[in-house]
Design a protein around this ligand. Structure first.
Ligand code: FES
Length: 569
């Protein structure tokens, strides 16, 4: 089989000279250009992405494996997305990174791809970009941090921040303790070690079969993570020889497995938007309704924060995702192929579980019915989602008076105002935080509760927005309302005092305002100006799809393959 890279390195002419000669300035000897598979290692290492800060070492382990199997590894930097630093939100740049990855792969002499991802958006961005090329590809997740340890207590990244900051606001924690907790939470390399978005997406990688078995949970600093990277390096060379492309693995069955796994692990709501986007790149017809349908009967088996009490390190020692997928039994499509050439069923058939308090048996789950609820109604004709396992059961059926915030700045300015007309039965509504409105759909949907209610001991309220929520957050939070306020969805028309009805059991979210009144309000509504006149912000604003379609850019949906383009000289 003639490989793509041979088009660059195989010629004995002027162009072949150019392609080989400049590469040799890095010390590569002649035999590496003899037609062996060239493996691109897309590396999202960055000192501004602390979760991926150890990726250079991880890439070295991949290279060892590639060389061992007779391949030629070449490490490629791609844009990185650090969740904790980037403004206005990493989600704005997920699609940009996917373009970087896609065009980097296609434009270069690459036959197979290793994708190194960790922090939240790096995983979907790399999968989306690679899917639009469809070469043999294998993802390695960077692994979670070790458990946070604070004064004898295990604390989870993100989840502890939300809890501690509310405690400071209510007066239950002093500032000294709050600042001390910073160093205790993040004490090793790796990504968030709660079942937040990074851990959820690492689990999705394994569930999809696009990562090796055990990929999800091995801590970043555990030597077994480096061993996995080495094995992945060897395996991708074989995948090139087998022509095992992404489209043979990312099938509908694989996406259904991933949806069910997200339910079983109590995973992040962000997985919804990312899986919709990845599926649309690889040509699998996945919809929001598939999330509700596939996830409905799935129990939550994994006792991890924010839904439970343990952390990713505990999850790995308990058996990790293979134990969960084995426990799911018939709920999983066992015939789905994975990157190691075996089916999911073969991979997990004998997976052991070492701790039944961390990974529950299916007949005694942590929570029953853990799938994500997809809501419909006049407030979200194209859908909205809610994570029942993170919600308060008594609020799952609720009718309340809207307290509306037009923007996140409006929210911050007024939420703690003692005169704010709000009580615990109110429903907080936040607008203009969707894909186009913010722009980039930030994780602000789990709005902090008004201080005066916190001080009364209120711990949860129904909250509705077109935003996303951090995977480490919790509460009765309706997210991803589509169409969003900024494109004129009915969310834009809600006014304080309107009655809203939420009924998760019947998947209903209803704004109790007549159509005639909504028409009257719509006549007075006009869209905001684009956030910029030029550049990527403008491109994003003009082309981003709504949340129910994965918030990809409309012109990026689908794939363009990896045909070798015309010569550059
Ligand atoms: Fe990077 Fe949480 S901030 S994974």
């Amino acid at each position: 089989m003639k490989l793509r890279s041979a088009t660059w390195f195989g010629g004995k002419d002027r162009d072949g000279f150019i392609h080989r000669s400049w590469m040799k300035n890095q010390g590569h000897p002649d035999h590496l250009f003899d037609g062996r598979p060239v493996i691109g290692i897309c590396n999202t290492w960055s000192e501004l992405t602390p979760c991926n800060g150890h990726f250079r070492e991880l890439a070295d382990h991949v290279k060892r494996g590639v060389y061992e199997a007779g391949g030629f590894p070449l490490e490629v930097p791609v844009m990185s997305l650090g969740e904790t630093l980037m403004r206005p939100t990493t989600m704005l740049f997920r699609n940009l990174v996917s373009m970087d990855v896609e065009e980097t792969i296609r434009a270069n002499p690459i036959d197979g791809v290793i994708l190194l991802a960790g922090c939240d958006k790096t995983t979907p961005a790399l999968l989306m970009g690679a899917a639009s090329c469809n070469l043999p590809s294998l993802m390695i997740s960077g692994g979670p941090m070790l458990n946070g340890k604070f004064r004898g207590e295990d604390i989870g990244s993100g989840t502890a921040v939300w809890r501690f900051s509310e405690a400071v606001r209510s007066g239950a924690m002093d500032m000294c303790d709050f600042l001390d907790a910073e160093s205790c939470q993040s004490r090793s390399a790796g990504h968030c070690m709660t079942m937040g978005t990074a851990s959820t997406m690492a689990s999705v990688v394994e569930a999809l079969g696009i990562g090796l078995t055990t990929n999800a949970a091995i801590p970043a600093v555990d030597a077994r993570r480096a061993r996995l990277a080495h094995l992945a390096g060897s395996r991708i060379v074989e995948m090139v020889r087998e022509d095992l492309r992404m489209s043979k693995i990312l099938t509908r069955a694989a996406f259904e497995n991933a949806i069910r796994v997200v339910g079983a692990i109590g995973g992040s709501t962000n997985a919804v938007i990312h899986l919709l986007a990845i599926a649309a790149r690889i040509g699998v017809d996945l919809s929001l309704d598939d999330w509700d349908r596939c996830g409905r009967a799935v129990p939550c088996l994994v006792n991890l924060m924010p839904s439970g009490k343990y952390l990713m390190e505990d999850f790995y020692y308990a058996g990790g995702l293979p134990a969960v997928m084995r426990e799911l039994g018939g709920l999983i499509n066992g015939d789905a192929l994975t990157v190691n050439g075996k089916t999911v069923g073969e991979n997990v058939a004998n997976a052991p579980c070492y701790n039944r308090d961390v990974i529950k048996p299916i007949n005694d789950p942590l929570k029953t019915d853990s799938g994500l609820a997809v809501l419909r109604g006049n407030l979200c004709p194209d859908g909205a989602i809610l994570k029942p396992s993170a919600a308060t059961p008594s609020l799952m059926q609720h009718r309340g008076r809207a307290v509306v915030f037009e923007t996140i700045e409006d929210f911050h300015a007024r939420v703690d105002d003692p005169d704010l007309d709000v009580d615990e039965s109110s429903i907080l509504v936040l607008k203009n935080c969707g894909p186009r409105g913010y722009p980039g759909m930030p994780e602000v949907g789990n709005m902090a509760l008004p201080k005066k209610l916190l001080q009364k001991g209120v711990t949860d309220m129904v909250r509705i927005s077109d935003a996303r929520m951090s995977g480490t957050a919790y509460g009765t939070v309706v997210l991803h309302v589509a169409p969003e306020a900024a494109v004129g969805g009915n969310l834009a028309l809600v006014q304080s005092g309107d009655e809203i009805e939420l009924d998760v059991a019947t998947r209903r979210l209803h704004l109790d305002v007549s159509d005639a009144e909504l028409d009257r309000r719509r006549a007075n509504w006009s869209p905001a100006r684009p956030p910029a006149d030029r550049g990527y912000y403008r491109l994003y604003h003009d082309h981003v799809l709504q949340a129910d379609r994965g918030a990809d850019l409309d012109f990026l949906v689908g794939a363009s393959g990896t045909e070798v383009a015309r010569e550059s000289h």
